[in-house]
Ligand binder design. Sequence first.
Ligand code: GLC
Length: 479
Amino acid sequence: MHATSLYRKPLFVLVTFALAALMPRFVTAAEETAAQRDARLQWWREARFGMFVHWGLYSGLAGTWNGKPVATKGGMEWIQQRVKADTDTYAQRALPLFRPVPGFAGEWARLAKAAGCRYLVFTTKHHDGFALHDSKVSDYDAGSRINRDLVREIVAACRAEGLRVGFYHSVIDWHHDQYEYARSKQLPHPLKGQPYPNGTRDHAKYLDYLHAEVNELVSNYGRVDILWWDYSAVDFQGDEAWRATDLMRLVRTKQPGVVINNRLYRTPEAGWKGMGTEGYAPELDPRFGDFITPEQHIPATGMPGIDWETCMTLNTTWGFSEHDHAWKSSETLVRNLVDIASKGGNYLLNIGPKGDGTLTPETVKAFQAIGAWMKVNGESIYGTSASPFASLPWGRATRKGNTLYLHVFDWPSNGALDLPLQNQVRSVKFLAAPKAKITATASPGGLRLNLGATSPDSMASVVAVELDGAPRVAGTTVK
Ligand code: GLC
């Protein structure tokens, strides 16, 4: 140190500290304390119900190629891969059919709100590689091809309804000419098994592009509440496939509050023990994401300590298909939501808008039916935690503090619900019929609720039982 600098030292130290305090410091999810993580995830855990939207070039094709149905079941957002089309042929056919009407996103957001969804996650880019925003680093995007920034439109529509917004983003890319699809045997590609049409490829260039597009998405659209990556394979994942650590850092630096799924990885410590729909594992190191993503199924039991979200379709496809009529009933949808909440998870329920952005009547009907049920019974879903009971023969339960919400699916023939509870009841009522009389009596197994002969809601009648303290379930200790 130079002699004259000595007397300046206090000033130097002060300035250094002041600068350090001003520097935006990036905290990785792994460096967070448990309390910081809980605070970041709080809204997401309380929300319990979100709308998923799969919409892109495939939506206009609607499951049809050369005038014929490609299939009547299964994901038609994969149509390019199903018919093995190269990206130019696909785009040539699909682009003229992708014509979003003005205000399309308002319809989605209003429906999500009416259904009781607290967030909406939509495909900013699916596997076909077509980006819905106006990208400076691509000419295969809505900005270049239809002169619209659809991401901006969708985000604005969600915000207008007070919904949180999530970006689904596919790291798999069937368009980019440097994406080295031959490096994975397990990930899909329309040209799989064929040599690259353009000679050798340099995956690092694809990764620069992937990171640049993600950077645009997390920099130019205000707050992003969820980043929903899709997806990785056991043989191609993480840093090798996506430079995942850097990608996670980029997103968390630009969006410190963001909640991120685990699909940049496919390892047991990231919640994936293998390939296949049921390949999830009930563990997750926070370095790899905030929640795990069971797809098209509901785990058999809850997973204490693990945040999870089941995503599901209304019929059997994510992207719109005019040939798929296997719509789930409103009762199934409501009961799925209840089942998931009773196990401590979130439900991300998909819609597949048409190529013009409008919705099928079945889609509208399904979400409206959930909305009607949620309007009456929402307090038994939002902000609840998993059931304290291992199982209940007649339905499900959720919990909020000392209150239990009992969801009756199968009405008991004697009108009585027996609960293995050693508590006193402070109050008990149906959410759908607060004035109807329910009495609580002691039973050999614990507590009996006499509900009467008629169910107020055939999909799921909810009984709210306020107990004298935390539930004391016979044979178990509940905190
Ligand atoms: C899958 C599919 C996909 C869909 C997604 C939803 O991984 O590839 O088409 O977007 O899951 O979870």
